[in-house]
Design a binder for this molecule. Sequence first.
Ligand SMILES: *Cc1c(COP(=O)(O)O)cnc(C)c1O
Length: 449
Amino acid sequence: MTATPPVQPPAPSSTAQSEALFERAKRVTPGGVNSPVRAFRSVGGVPRFMASAEGAYLTDADGNAYIDHIGSWGPMILGHNHPAIRDAIVAAAAHGTSFGAPGWREVDLAELVCQITGVQKVRFVNSGTEATMSALRLARGFTGRKYTLKFRGNYHGHADALLVEAGSGLMTNAAELGAAAPSSAGVPDEYARLTLVAEYNDASALDALMAERGHEIAAVIFEPVVGNAGVLLPSAEFLAALDRVKGNGALLIADEVMTGFRLSASGATGRLGLTPDLSCWGKIIGGGLPVGAYGGRAEIMDYVSPEGPVYQAGTLSGNPLAMSAGLATLQALQADPGLYDRLDTYTARLAEGLQQAADSVGVTVWINHIGSMLTVFFQAGPVSNYTEAARSDTAAFAVWFQGLLKRGVYWAPSQYESIFISAAHGETELKVTLQAARAAFAEVVQAAK
Ligand SMILES: *Cc1c(COP(=O)(O)O)cnc(C)c1O
């Protein structure tokens, strides 16, 4: 790292600049943000407007430093402003920022993705939303079927067909919208009716639905490890039921936008031993620039235009700056095969320390974690699906979140999100985070009195 991050982030003092920026932003942008969870609606207070990021740290517009536990919601697995990624982007920019024609970087990145993940062909798009939307269209085109099946609380981006009982920001805002089931205005019932929903981790419900409707279902799309209802881990029985989906002629689509290249080189499915028909990526695959991708066997992928009849295009798809950031990220991950074990160890120690800190002051929490993903649920648990996650004490979470924030620890501003650990998190960050967590848990006890 070029700049040396502060050893101990100072407790944030003024938030005057963030407040002023938020006021200006609210006048010109809905809610003052370009993605809903950033607005801090479920935890209250002023969202911090960030000015720079380095390693494990974010610095806001007032100059306050924070230990970052979000990593841009997943992409920054190597830490912020990694020199290899920055240099690759700068080098690419020197040759022009967009060609509207194919270039060598997208070939290099496609070859690398195929080599690492085992898919035969991949198509690059510009976001995770585009990846899942396109994979779903491909599955419908390939199978000639209409219906899709997803799981309650899984989030697959904001395409119409997938904004049905979706998690994450929707879950956070559900109470506020007064909606019984989290969804979105503007999605016609006719579209939503083509999307069937089952409870995550319920193998017999999945088997029953497939037995009854399997012949109509083009695709079953799922988060192999859920991040968007907080972290949920799939049971062995559920993974086996997902594998059986393929016997019905429906395509199994693994949404690895969050877990791909994070839970192992071959994502969550590689780590868990499940082979989907199609996989979707985003986040890490772009190294912090806007990239998504979907891929699978050649016989399926060749249904995509111009080879096949399923149309999908993108003016900036395969953009040279974005491809260079993705290439540098995947190459750095390949060059450090021990990284995944180090991330696992750090996150397991963080989970253990958080549990002890909560226990020491008598706050009841249930922690789910795997690899570098973790959620502290404010409830007794266990938490294995959306319905169980939704029993959490979000008011207690909000108190805890504010306690962390004022001590310079930036946590995901919603109960129903994962945090993301990076290669830049070390002993100092662990120690400071656990100290802040303990003090913040004590404030949760105070607030309940
Ligand atoms: C973030 C995410 C998406 C959407 O990706 P965007 O790049 O935000 O459009 C889709 N699926 C999962 C599992 C995600 O975590």
